[in-house]
Design a protein around this ligand. Structure first.
Ligand SMILES: *Cc1c(COP(=O)(O)O)cnc(C)c1O
Length: 350
C-alpha cells in the first residue's frame, strides 16, 4: 500500500501514483479529497483513507467511489453504524498502541472489531493496523512494546494485519505482516537521521533544480541578501539562482548549505528570498549564466538539506508548492534522478 498523501510527498499526486501503479496493490492517502482526486485517474485501484472519516457525509462517497476507510475512533464507528441503508465501505481498523494520535484503545479493540464486523459484508476483509511512533530511532524505540500491545489487542481475530511504515520496513522486516505502508522510502528518502539513502540502496525520485540567472562580483565587506546576513570576507563571485522559498526551498537554510552547480558543491551565501537564492561560486570558475543548480537530488540529498535546516526531508518535499514547473521522466533510474522539479524564472515580483 503506497502512501501518496501530501500530493505524493510533493512529487504530484498523479505523478507518484502513475509511477507506482504497477508496483503496488493500493494507494493510501490522508483524506477523502485526496482519495477522490486519485479515484478519477485510477478507477480500479484499492484506495485507503488513513484518517478515516472527517464527517459522516464522507461515508456515502466512500461507498460509491469504492474507497476504503481506516476506522480510527469510536465516533467514526458510530457514524458508520447510523449510516442509512445496508451498504458500507471497505474498512481497516486502527489500534492506538502508543502513537496516541488516532486509533481505538487496545482494550476497546475486540468490541469495536465485532461491531465493525457486523456492519460490513462477511466477505469484506477488515485489515487490523497500527502505526509506530519511533521506528526511525535506533535502539529501544518502543516498537516492541507497541507490537506487544497490538498483538494482544487483536489476538484471536483472524484478519490481515498492517504495521510497518518505511522505517519499520527497513529496520524491522519481521513486522511486515500482510500489508506494508511505505511512504518516504518510495521517493528515495531515508527515514533514519544516521543513514543515507545510498546506504539503504535507495535512489532519489526527485531532483529540484533551477538556473543561474545572474553572476557578479561583490567586494570584500559587502553583504548579500535580506538582513545582510552573509558578508564577504574577500572579493566574492556570487551566483543568483532562480528559486526561493516560494518555490519550496527552505528560507531557514543557513549560509554554507550546499548547492551543486557544474558538478561542484558550493555554499549558499545570504538569506533565501521568495524567488531567488545566492551562492558563493568563487571556487568554481565554470559556473555561468544558465548553469543548472541542483538544490536537492542525488547530491545534495533532500535529507542533507533538511538536516541543515533542522527538519526532515519529508517536510521539504511535502511543502513543495504547485508553482515549480515539473518535468517528469518515467523509467529506470540511472545516475540522474527520474523526476525533476525545476523552478523557472517567473515574471512575478516578490
Ligand atoms: C504516512 C504514513 C505512513 C508512511 O510513512 P513513511 O514514514 O512515509 O513510510 C504509513 N502509515 C501511516 C498511518 C501514515 O500516516
Amino acid at each position: 500500500m503506497a502512501c501518496v498523501k501530501a500530493d505524493g510527498y510533493g512529487h504530484g499526486l498523479s505523478v507518484a501514483a502513475d509511477a507506482l501503479e504497477n508496483c503496488v496493490d493500493g494507494f493510501a492517502v490522508a483524506c477523502m479529497e485526496e482519495a477522490l482526486a486519485l479515484r478519477k485517474e485510477h478507477a480500479d485501484k484499492p484506495l485507503l483513507v488513513l484518517e478515516g472519516l472527517q464527517s459522516a457525509d464522507e461515508i456515502e462517497l466512500a461507498i460509491t467511489q469504492n474507497i476504503a476507510l481506516c476506522i480510527c475512533a469510536e465516533h467514526q464507528l458510530r457514524w458508520l453504524e447510523s449510516h442509512p441503508g445496508a451498504r458500507r465501505p471497505r474498512c481497516w481498523l486502527k489500534v492506538d498502541t502508543g502513537m496516541h494520535r488516532m486509533g481505538l484503545q487496545p482494550g476497546d479493540t475486540p468490541a469495536a472489531y465485532s461491531q465493525l464486523r457486523s456492519l460490513v459484508p462477511p466477505s469484506s476483509e477488515i485489515v487490523l493496523c497500527t502505526h509506530f511512533a519511533r521506528a526511525d530511532e535506533r535502539g529501544d524505540n518502543g516498537c516492541a512494546e507497541q507490537l506487544r500491545r497490538f498483538d494482544q489487542a487483536v489476538s484471536g481475530i483472524s484478519e490481515p494485519q498492517s504495521c510497518a511504515n518505511s522505517a519499520a520496513i527497513l529496520s524491522l522486516p519481521a513486522v511486515a505482516r500482510s500489508w506494508v505502508r511505505p511512504g518516504y522510502m518510495l521517493y528515495g528518502g531515508s527515514p533514519f537521521a544516521d543513514t543515507t539513502p545510498a546506504q539503504l540502496n535507495l535512489l532519489p525520485g526527485m531532483e529540484f533544480s533551477a538556473r543561474v540567472i545572474n553572476l557578479h562580483t561583490v567586494a570584500a565587506g559587502e553583504r548579500v541578501g535580506y538582513g545582510g546576513r552573509w558578508q564577504a570576507n574577500r572579493e566574492t563571485r556570487i551566483a543568483t539562482i532562480a528559486a526561493g522559498y516560494g518555490d519550496g526551498y527552505p528560507r531557514l537554510a543557513p549560509d554554507g548549505t550546499p548547492v551543486l552547480i557544474e558538478g561542484k558543491r558550493l555554499p549558499l551565501a545570504g538569506r533565501v528570498s521568495m524567488d531567488m537564492l545566492t551562492v558563493d561560486v568563487s571556487e568554481h570558475p565554470s559556473v555561468r549564466i544558465g548553469s543548472e543548480a541542483v538544490l536537492w537530488g542525488a547530491d545534495p540529498g533532500v535529507d542533507e538539506i533538511a538536516h541543515h535546516v533542522g527538519t526532515i526531508g519529508y517536510e521539504l518535499l511535502a511543502a513543495l508548492p504547485q508553482r515549480a514547473l515539473r518535468e517528469v521522466h518515467y523509467g529506470p533510474m540511472r545516475s540522474a534522478p527520474s523526476s525533476t522539479a525545476t523552478a523557472v524564472q517567473r515574471t512575478s515580483t516578490k
